[in-house]
Design a protein. Structure first.
Lengths: 112, 108
């Protein structure tokens, strides 16, 4: 199977509403990451996790929070969605920090 | 800030030709990685080259790294229509930074 799955694949939400995206892995990798991809910017790191309950901020963390209560699940929450958070969100996993990453298929989020 | 910068932004070639794309970066790195992304899909890891390596091969892929110039190149030989995708370099020191990508189109 894929080893990493994201849900939902697509979501449209209204400005000001909370949104949670889920990333689930079956590889038992220690590190999990959330990126956003916008035209002209490549991928930018939002938050990452280096273990259960251990997380840290990335380059563009404002407006986002994360939680990791189990090795296999990494949740990204937009507490109050804004139109600037319309993007494609990718989850990734790796065995070691800075090594080869396995990416999910992405979640396309539209905030209207 | 963006670390890796790919060049060119877009490249169009005929099937069978070689494709070369470049990546420049700004700070020291531990390694540099290349990824491919097909339209609407997640990124797929292609190859990793460490800072103490100068060249690496994987199938039809050849990657070079010049740390003195802070640059890397990805060569795809004998390209196929299925190679049509966006290619990203990603550099790593404390966290991985991606460039904006090169859009490669291989015409059959």
């Amino acid at each position: 199977d894929a080893g990493i799955t994201q849900s939902p694949r697509h979501k449209v939400t209204e400005t000001g509403t909370p949104v949670t995206l889920r990333c689930h892995q079956t590889e038992n990798h220690r590190y999990m990451y959330w990126y956003r991809q916008d035209p002209g910017h490549g991928l930018r790191l939002i938050h990452y996790s280096y273990g259960v309950k251990d997380t840290d901020k990335g380059e563009v963390s404002d407006g986002y929070s994360v939680s990791r209560s189990k090795t296999e699940d990494f949740l990204l929450t937009l507490e109050s969605a804004t139109s600037s958070q319309t993007s494609v969100y990718f989850c990734a996993i790796s065995e070691s920090l800075g090594e080869e990453k396995l990416f999910g298929s992405g979640t396309r989020l539209t905030v209207v | 800030s963006q670390q890796g910068e790919e060049d060119p932004q877009a490249l169009s070639i005929q099937e069978g030709e070689n494709a070369t794309m470049n990546c420049s970066y700004k700070t020291s790195i531990n390694n540099l990685q290349w990824y491919r992304q097909n339209s609407g899909r997640g990124l797929v890891h292609l190859i990793l080259i460490r800072s103490n390596e100068r060249e690496k091969h994987s199938g039809r892929l050849r990657v070079t790294l010049d740390t003195s110039k802070k640059s890397s190149s990805l060569l795809i030989t004998a390209s196929r229509a299925a190679d049509t995708a966006s290619y990203f370099c990603a550099t790593d020191l404390y966290d991985m930074r991606f460039g904006a990508g090169t859009r490669l189109t291989v015409k059959p």
